[in-house]
Design a binder for this molecule. Structure first.
Ligand SMILES: [Zn+2]
Length: 213
């Protein structure tokens, strides 16, 4: 059984790296972003709540994230373990998470601010289902159209250099205590997130001592 946490600023490739790792080792990928997107796409009660929060330009609160992740983890549908990204979001959640699960490693995807800016400012968002695209690494098949639902792709209203700078500050101040808690337990491996996804993945496996796929 292997249980990993993937942490990194937006644009660092958390989803991609978690996906590659979970596929190779038969782990269940628990992505907070994907869970919320699923609810928005399927018009659930939670989806409506998330849509309202995002429409107001706000971030989904830590408590709502905690409730959703708790529900997901209680399904216990993993045989070989899981990779979770987007959680924990604060120190309290990190402490609780460590008490409840034997974590094998925390992968910290490290990306300098100027690279975050380059990636995030090239990001596009589907107006209908909320799917994210990146014009550098993850282009839609048809320009300006969502691959999933055919909706229009737009720049997020809050993807301006100023708003991004504010989010980066918030991310660093919130994430630092989480990483500090994990570091005290010597769980954290630091991986340079600048290279291409395959190179980053190789480095993750090397640092975690994972050999076969
Ligand atoms: Zn869409």
């Amino acid at each position: 059984m292997r249980k990993y946490v993937v942490m990194g600023v937006q644009g660092s490739g958390k989803g991609t790296q978690s996906g590659l790792l979970s596929k190779a080792f038969d782990l269940v990928h628990i992505s907070v972003g994907d869970i919320f997107r699923w609810h928005v796409q399927h018009h659930t009660k939670l989806g409506a709540q998330v849509r309202r929060i995002m429409a107001a330009g706000e971030l989904v609160g830590d408590d709502l994230v905690e409730a959703v992740v708790g529900d997901r983890l209680r399904m216990h549908d993993w045989n070989y373990g899981f990779v979770i990204d987007g959680f924990p979001r604060n120190g309290r959640q990190a402490e609780f998470f460590l008490e409840s699960y034997d974590i094998d490693g925390v992968i910290h995807l490290d990306l300098p601010d100027e690279e975050v800016r380059r990636r995030v400012l090239n990001r596009r968002l589907c107006t209908r289902c909320g799917m994210d695209y990146n014009l550098i690494a993850d282009r839609p098949e048809v320009e300006g159209r969502c691959d999933v639902c055919g909706g229009d792709l737009v720049t997020r209203a809050d993807d301006t250099p100023e708003a991004l700078a504010a989010r980066l500050r918030e991310y660093r101040s919130k994430t630092r205590p989480v990483l500090d808690i994990f570091r005290r337990k010597e769980y954290v491996v630091n991986v340079d997130a600048r290279p291409d996804p395959d190179t980053v993945q190789r480095e993750i496996r090397k640092q975690l001592g994972l050999t076969s796929g």
